[in-house]
Design a protein around this ligand. Structure first.
Ligand code: DGL
Length: 271
C-alpha cells in the first residue's frame, strides 16, 4: 500500500483529511496526529521543524509517496526547509505539500475591499507566511494577522463547543476588526479552527466571509494529482484510512470521532 500521508500536530488535520476524502475517496490515507506534543503554535522554529521532520520520516517509512502537512504552523515553519534541504538528498522522488499556498491562491478572489484578516497560531502569524504568500499573488491586498493562542487548546481539550469558549472567540474577533475595520474576508489559518466555526460565525459581522481551508486544500490536491499523473499512478487506491497518534489510541478515538463524525477504526501508536 502506498497511501497519502496527512500530518498535523493534533486533531486539526482531520478537518483537512475529511475534505480530501470527500473529494477523493478512492485513495488510501494515513493520518498522523502528534497529540502528545500539541500544540505546536507556541513552539520555536527549530522545534517545529524537528517534530515535523520526525513525522515526515515516519510517514515515508510507511510508504507514503506524498505527504500533506495539514497544519499551518508546520507549513509556515518547516515546509520550505523540508522541501529544499531534506527531500532532495533523502527522498528526491517523494513530495511534501502544505496548506498556506493553496489558501493564499484563492483568497484574492473572495475579498472586495482587498482587506484580509488572518487568524492563526502564534507561530504562523510570527512567520509572516500568509502576508508573504498573499502579496506574491495579490499585491494590492492589506493583510492583518492575529494570533489566537487559546483556540487550539480549546479544541484539543474538547472545550470548543462549550459556553466557556465564547469569551476567547469574541475577544479575538473584536481585536482583529479593531486593527482593520475594512476587513471583509477572514482566513481561518489553523486547521483546528473549523471546529470553532459556528461560534466564530456568531461573533463576526454577517458581511465578513470566513475562509475555512479544507475544501480549497482538497481542490488543490486534486489539481496537483491531475497535473502529476506519475505521482497519481504511484498512489494506491483502496479507499482505506489508518490513524496514528503519539498519545493514547483510546483518547484519540474519542476525540477524533467528534471531528470526523464516525468512530475511527484502525488506530495505532507512534512514538
Ligand atoms: N492545526 C495546526 C495549524 O493549522 C496547529 C495547531 C497547533 O498545534 O498549535 O496551525
Amino acid at each position: 500500500m502506498t497511501p497519502i500521508g496527512i500530518f498535523d500536530s493534533g486533531y486539526g488535520g482531520l478537518t483537512i483529511l475529511n475534505s480530501i476524502r470527500r473529494q477523493m475517496p478512492q485513495y488510501d490515507y494515513i493520518y498522523f496526529g502528534d497529540n502528545a506534543r500539541a500544540p505546536y503554535g507556541t513552539r520555536s522554529f527549530d522545534v517545529v521543524y524537528e517534530f515535523t521532520l520526525e513525522a515526515v520520516k515516519q510517514l515515508f517509512a510507511n510508504d507514503c509517496p506524498l505527504i500533506i502537512l495539514g497544519c499551518n504552523t508546520a507549513s509556515a515553519k518547516a515546509l520550505r526547509n523540508i522541501q529544499q534541504n531534506y527531500l532532495p538528498h533523502s527522498y528526491p522522488d517523494r513530495r511534501v505539500l502544505g496548506v498556506i499556498r493553496p489558501t493564499a491562491e484563492i483568497v484574492g478572489q473572495h475579498t472586495r475591499t482587498r482587506h484580509i484578516g488572518v487568524l492563526a497560531t502564534e507561530g504562523t502569524i510570527r512567520s509572516e507566511s500568509y502576508n508573504l504568500e498573499i502579496h506574491k499573488l495579490s499585491p494590492d491586498c492589506t493583510v492583518t494577522g492575529l494570533a489566537c493562542p487559546m483556540w487550539v487548546p480549546l479544541v484539543e481539550n474538547g472545550e470548543y463547543n462549550k459556553p466557556s469558549a465564547d469569551y476567547f472567540i469574541r475577544e479575538r474577533i473584536d481585536t482583529l476588526l479593531g486593527m482593520d475595520p475594512h476587513i471583509d474576508t477572514i482566513i481561518l489559518g489553523c486547521t483546528h479552527y473549523p471546529l470553532l466555526y459556528d461560534k466564530i460565525r456568531q461573533y463576526c459581522p454577517p458581511h465578513i466571509e470566513l475562509i475555512s481551508q479544507g475544501e480549497y486544500i482538497a481542490a488543490s490536491l486534486c489539481d496537483y494529482l491531475r497535473r502529476h499523473p506519475d505521482m497519481d499512478a504511484r498512489l494506491s487506491k483502496g479507499g482505506t484510512v489508518r490513524y496514528y497518534t503519539s498519545e493514547s489510541p483510546d483518547r484519540f478515538r474519542e476525540q477524533a470521532t467528534l471531528f470526523i463524525g464516525e468512530m475511527p477504526k484502525d488506530i495505532g501508536h507512534w512514538e
